[in-house]
Structure formats: C-alpha cells, structure tokens
Design a protein around this ligand. Structure first.
Ligand code: ING
Length: 320
C-alpha cells in the first residue's frame, strides 16, 4: 500500500439523440459531477464524443453539413459549465469531443482538465476504425475515416497533480484500446492512469461475418484488462451507451487495476457513475518485476512492429 491514493470515477453517459443539443449532454454531465463530488471523487472520466450523438454513423456527402458536430473552441459557451463545476468541486475531468482546429483540421479528441480549468493534456485519436466512403454492405456506417484525421500528437504521458497526489496520466480513445502498441507506447513512458472513452455498437455492424453478440463486451474488457496488466497501470474506460436514434451502443464501463482486475463495472446503459479508490503505488509491482521493461524487453526482435504496416504471409514449409 502507498500514500498515493486517488478517488477516480467513470462517468458513463446514456444515449444522446441526433436532435439533442450540447446543453442536454452538459446538463447530464453536471449532474454526474455533482454526484462525484458527493462521493469524494477527485478525477472524472467522461466518454468519447461526449457532447453529441455518435455522428460518424451518419453519411454526409458534403462534409460541410457535418460542421455542427465539431467544437471550434474548448471551453465554449456550451462546455464552460463543466469547467466551472471542476473549479467549484475541485474535480479534474477527461472529456472526449470532436475538434475542429483554427486551421481547419478535424480530430476525434480528448482532453484532461485540471480543477483550475487549465487543460493538462490533449490527445487525438490515432486508430480510426471503419471507412471513409459510404459502404453499402454495412448494416450501419462507421465513418470515422471520413470525419476525422489521424491524430498528430502521438500517445503523450505527463505527470500532473491529481487529487491530493500526482500521477503519470495518458489517454487513448475507443478503438485505440484494441491495439497493444498504444498501451505500450504509454507504458514506455511509465503511465500510471490511462483515461479512455468509447462509443461501441453492441452488435457487429460490418456485416462481413458472424460474431457472437456477447463477444462485443468481452473483446472490449479483454483489451483493456490486458493493456492495464501488461503496462502495470490503471485504466478508466467510460462508455456512451444506450440506443441513439435506433442504434445501440453498449455500456459496461469499467475501472481496471495494474493487475488487470476489474475494480468496478457499470451495470446500466444510462448515465451512471462508478467509483474506486486507486492506490497508485500498485503500479510499482508489475513495473519492477514481470514488466520491468529495461530488464526484459528485446527491441532487436521487434523490428516488424514499426517496420511494416500490414501483415505478410510466412514462408511455406513442405515435407522432404
Ligand atoms: N468504436 C468501435 C470500437 O473500436 C469497433 C469500433 C467496434 C471496431 C468493434 C472493432 C470492433 O470500439 C469506435 N468508436 O472506435
């Protein structure tokens, strides 16, 4: 046990309908912040694209028709109440949103905001799933490659004051959790707390093969538990869940410790706060033993991980 205790929460959101404005989502997030304050929470993690519906499911021929989904400033009039609540309650928060930069670039972005209202860290989603153009085979479109550019900030980790202590924090977004490279880049920076939001359909929308429904959640938890365990860090994974205009997203937000154990799990697909007290000193065991990277990693054997993009077929062996 260490004296580096931190009370953290995943603030899961239920659905946000296409016709609902940012004020609806912000109002619900403020209620979750108040509940977090009542529970002595010091850090709150909101979902990916927390201010709007998951708009990449909707095809727009003219991208200009999607302009209203993006934030051109942060904070903005609509989001300022979140920053004020952070100051009022002394709570830091992670927020996922669609970012349009002053020079016209579009990213699926997340920030961590200190109770002072200052942005401590920004991340832009690197692994954009789905496709760019309308896909007639799919049951539902997943057009993140149409609406966002690949994140250009890497996977930064920073040591920052959190609650009564400080921690090495990093972020990833949704599909990133399925890629061990994202976790390891942050593990190599000694990350202790990974904050991630997600919007994940509860059924496979690809329509290109069978996937048992229960595996949707299984694969999500498998990815997060493995990432936390293999990099000796905590992970807070927060869903936007429920049915948005007929399209279902699963909840099952979880908080995972550095041994890969689920410490808390949401049990609804609505607005729900799950809370844990994390002992950040727990990261030390994995980092100094089984995942002591300096002692055990062999980068000379890993060249293909950054040396190539797609997989290539192996040489074939034939008897005699
Ligand atoms: N959503 C999904 C995710 O990675 C997905 C897309 C679902 C990809 C299931 C593969 C399998 O959780 C986002 N927004 O990345």
């Amino acid at each position: 046990m260490s004296d580096r205790k931190l009370v953290i929460a995943a603030a899961q959101l239920g659905p946000i309908q296409k016709a609902e404005g940012r004020d609806v989502a912000v109002g619900r997030m403020l209620r979750l912040m108040e509940k977090a304050h009542q529970r002595g929470v010091q850090v709150v993690v909101f979902p990916e694209l927390a201010l709007t519906t998951f708009f990449p499911r909707w095809y727009e021929e003219d991208i200009a028709n999607a302009a209203h989904w993006y934030e051109t400033s942060m904070p903005s009039n609509a989001t300022a109440p979140l920053f004020e609540a952070a100051k009022k309650y002394g709570i830091g928060f992670h927020l996922g949103y669609a970012e349009k930069t002053p020079d016209g670039h579009h990213f699926n972005t997340a920030i961590y905001v200190h109770p002072s209202g200052e942005t401590v860290l920004k991340y832009r989603k690197v692994h954009l799933p789905g496709h760019r153009d309308f896909d007639p085979i799919r049951k539902v479109q997943h057009l993140e490659k149409r609406y966002f550019e690949v994140g250009d900030l890497g996977f930064p980790v920073i040591r920052a004051p959190l609650g009564d202590t400080e921690a090495n924090i990093g972020m990833m977004i949704c599909n990133d959790r399925r890629w061990p490279e994202a976790w390891r880049v942050m593990g190599l920076q000694q990350v202790e707390l990974v904050m991630l939001g997600y919007n994940t359909p509860s059924l496979n929308m690809d329509n290109r093969g069978f996937e048992a429904h229960h595996l949707r959640v299984e694969h999500s938890h498998l990815s997060i538990r493995a990432g936390a365990y293999q990099n000796a860090c905590f992970a807070v994974a927060t869903a936007k869940a429920g049915t948005e205009d007929g399209h279902e997203l699963f909840g099952h937000s979880i908080i995972v410790n550095p041994q890969g154990e689920i410490m808390a799990q949401a049990t609804s697909w609505q607005d729900e706060l799950i809370t844990v007290e994390a002992d950040l000193g727990m990261c030390a065991l994995g980092r100094s033993t089984i995942f002591n990277f300096a002692a055990h990693r062999r980068p000379e054997a890993y060249g293909s991980i950054t040396g190539q993009i797609g997989s290539t077929p192996p040489p074939a062996w034939r008897p005699g």
